[in-house]
Design a protein around this ligand. Structure first.
Ligand code: ATP
Ligand code: MG
Length: 429
């Protein structure tokens, strides 16, 4: 008997984690817990559901998250507006206030788990995704901002990731932002004709975010806008310098990005992002910064705080790519030769192949053809390029395909004119 029940599928943008991939998640989580413990950060778990007003207040009304990304509903049983957490910080701060965690000391805490945002799903952007959220609550100095960044740099090292770079900015304090904001609104008004709809809507409510635009038409307007950095007072500059000095001490390179404002309303002073070019459009792996006003804003006794969130899916994607890159063969082409003239010609040809983006090893030192071919095989190269006396004479290199199983057949050798070498090799690699 067939059932009339219509099959149910997972929701768009929400993924199942199946047994074959769970090991990489569990390994990453274990590495992360040990890494956090090594800096004295302790775990906290807060509910997935919170009152909607926690987020509208804590994140800010005029933000992408609150304007259009929250999963909110009315719980008819209690007549309450509830929201699935779109990030951790607001809930962590609520719990800190509710349980008076800062009563006698600051706290280093973290949480890990799913968060929910109604976004257009694509690579690195899902509707349920996972964050590692780290918060240092009750600390005011630049030392703790730097601690968080140094700590992240250690995590990338632990995971063998080297293609992540740090972008840094300071948002100053509320008064400094107010002065800058007034100047910025004047600038936006002068350039009203190039502003898109969203920018026009936000220019009075959240003008700083207008600069965070990806619209090419607005770039030069954004580039010439007054910079917040020029409005920072002595104390804000000293705080920022304090962070930079400690990053220099730790040998961590960074780029100052005056356009970095982050998506949330509550940041002040230090803000940072770790970005990579290896994840396509969704290149931000981790974002964070200081939010000294948030605890007071949510009804607690005012206390400074700083934190960051890592996107787990993006981090795992990056780890997988790194693994694939690490297991890449040593080179694309291994050049085999006999005699000094052939060796010198190999060096010349290799430079041309590298100009075309190929990775080439020219055999160095002594070695019979047989020994050299063995090296070529072990290198994992796609092809060996062979030059001996006859090849020099004819100006035809012998290309031996080492890995292909296609119609040419593995081990097939073919003569290729020197000047066509790059073109022919590139079509097959
Ligand atoms: P983006 O500019 O990519 O939308 P964001 O500024 O909204 O990022 P944050 O709120 O700072 O992101 O969240 C911290 C991290 O969480 C991001 O750096 C990213 O790695 C990850 N993240 C954010 N949104 C998503 C999503 N929809 N799916 C997967 N990961 C995400
Ligand atoms: Mg976003």
């Amino acid at each position: 008997m067939t059932s009339s029940f219509q099959k149910v599928r997972a929701l768009t943008g929400m993924k199942d984690l199946l047994p074959d991939s769970s090991a990489s998640w569990e390994n990453l989580e274990a590495t992360i817990r040990a890494w956090l413990a090594s800096y004295g950060y302790r775990n906290m778990r807060t509910p997935v559901l919170e009152h909607t007003r926690l987020f509208t207040r804590g994140i800010g009304e005029v933000t992408d998250i609150v304007e259009k990304e929250m999963y909110s509903f009315n719980d008819a049983l209690n007549d309450e507006h509830l929201t699935m957490r779109p990030e951790f910080t607001a809930g962590m701060v609520r719990a800190t206030i509710e349980h008076n965690l800062l009563y006698d000391r600051p706290q280093r805490v973290y949480a890990m788990g799913p968060v929910f945002r109604h976004e257009k799903p694509q690579r690195g952007r899902y509707r349920q995704f996972h964050q590692i959220d780290v918060e240092a609550l009750g600390f005011a100095g630049p030392d703790i901002d730097a601690e968080l960044i140094v700590m992240l740099s250690r995590l990338w090292k632990l995971l063998g990731l080297n293609a992540i770079r740090l972008e840094l900015n300071s948002l100053g304090q509320a008064e400094e932002r107010a002065a800058h904001r007034a100047a910025l609104v004047r600038h936006l008004e002068q350039h009203k004709s190039v502003l898109d709809e969203e920018a026009l809507r936000r220019m009075h409510t959240n003008p700083l975010r207008v600069l965070d635009t990806k619209n090419p038409v607005m770039q030069s307007m954004a580039d010439s806008a007054p910079r917040l950095y020029d409005f920072l007072g002595e104390q804000s500059l000293a705080h920022f310098q304090g962070v930079c000095d400690r990053l220099d001490d730790a040998g961590i390179p960074y780029t100052l990005n005056p356009r970095l404002v982050r998506g949330l309303d509550y940041y002040n002073l230090t803000v940072f992002e770790w970005v990579t070019d290896q994840l396509g459009a969704q290149g931000t792996v981790c974002g964070g910064g200081r939010y000294d006003g948030l605890i007071g804003l949510l009804g607690g006794r005012p206390a400074p705080a700083v934190g960051f969130a890592i996107g787990m899916e993006r981090l795992l994607d990056l780890c997988e790519q790194q693994e694939a890159a690490d297991s890449r063969p040593e080179c694309d082409i291994y050049m085999v030769h006999q005699g000094e003239a052939a060796q010198r010609q190999c060096m010349r040809l290799a430079e041309r192949l590298r100009d075309e983006g190929l990775r080439v090893i020219v055999h160095a030192g002594p070695g019979s053809f047989k020994a050299q071919f063995k090296r070529a095989d072990n290198s994992g190269a796609h092809a060996a390029v062979v030059l001996g006396d006859s090849e020099l004479e004819s100006a035809l290199a012998s290309v031996k395909w080492l890995r292909d199983q296609d119609d040419k057949g593995q081990g097939q050798q073919e003569p290729v004119p020197f000047d066509q070498l790059a073109t022919i090799l590139k079509t097959r690699i």
